[in-house]
Design a protein around this ligand. Sequence first.
Ligand code: NAD
Ligand code: IPM
Ligand code: MN
Length: 349
Amino acid sequence: SRTIRLAVVAGDGIGPEVVAEGLKVLDAVAPAHDLAIEQATYDLGAARWHRTGEVLPDSVLAELRGQDVILLGAVGDPTVPSGVLERGLLLRLRFELDHYVNLRPVKLYPGVTTPLAGATPDDIDMIVVREGTEGPYTGVGGVLRKGTPHEVATQESVNTAFGVERVIRYAFEQAQARPRRKLTLVHKDNVLTFAGDLYQRTLRRVAEEYPDVTVDYCHVDAATMFFVNQPQRFDVIVTDNLFGDIITDIGAAIAGGIGLAASGNVNPDRTAPSMFEPVHGSAPDIAGQGKADPTATILSVAMLLDHVGLAEAARRVEQAVSADLAERAGAPARSTAEIGDAIAKRVVG
Ligand code: NAD
Ligand code: IPM
Ligand code: MN
């Protein structure tokens, strides 16, 4: 038997609602794989901030470091100044735990409605490898003459040779393991010439070690267009932190909606726990109404299982989701818990 120490950070808005369903499915799949879950729940997010002023105490971060893996719901609330929780909790976790790969599959499951006319599952099947610890996300920059007509706000993009090479290497490994073996760098090297050049040179150098992988390049503006009119162009994408954030929301939209998009914040070197979460946010507009789709979180649980070496259990969860998705078109809308129940039932049976 195998025990996983799982940290749960449900967070804000719909976070707790979708995480409950993710855990339901995890509990359902565990017995068949002789898996025991040792769960630790962490109360972090808007409520704690209002109560204590704390966002992520060092002692909590230290505890999280000792866990095997983290499941996160969503972070951010309209009652908290924008960025306090997003930067102080979510991004701090990604940075401190060295989640340099933000893995975001964009996959159209059979039977799922896509807004792209005529597109089939064969057309939309890619993995976005988004850099997770650098780029414009580091917080380097600042403000001068704040509040005056001459205010100057700078927000630097930080890109290191070390950081760029390790995420590109990871992307090559992903590409090599897939049938099409194609890797596309998405950037903006015609304008962001310093960072773009570092990515390009690193890509070309590492490519020599992967002669069977086809390498391509696409400016990010064009990439947004190709997501919509030629998604079959992409197999594995490697891109910077901000571009990856943006294109994976488009990716979610073409693959059936943000309620289906899963992700992993991965530390491939395993020097700290990786963290799995839906791509979407706390959705304050629908929070507390049982309307949120938990599918993205459940697929994130599948990625989590795969990461901890339980590939069979991961496959089982993904197949249960796929079967559920195949029957959704035309069926009456279900609540968050009803979707979780249905998928959990398929996992068992
Ligand atoms: P959002 O993803 O929360 O919501 C965008 C739209 O998608 C909303 O209409 C929402 O109702 C819908 N939606 C999202 N998830 C859904 C689900 N599971 N099922 C059905 N509909 C769903 O993005 P936003 O509105 O830009 O941001 C809201 C808050 O979440 C902000 O505070 C933002 O900073 C935060 N945020 C957090 C994360 C994260 O924790 N990883 C990601 C994105 C945004
Ligand atoms: C995401 C979110 C986060 C990001 C925010 C909330 C910090 O949009 O996970 O996609 O920009 O990475
Ligand atoms: Mn985002």
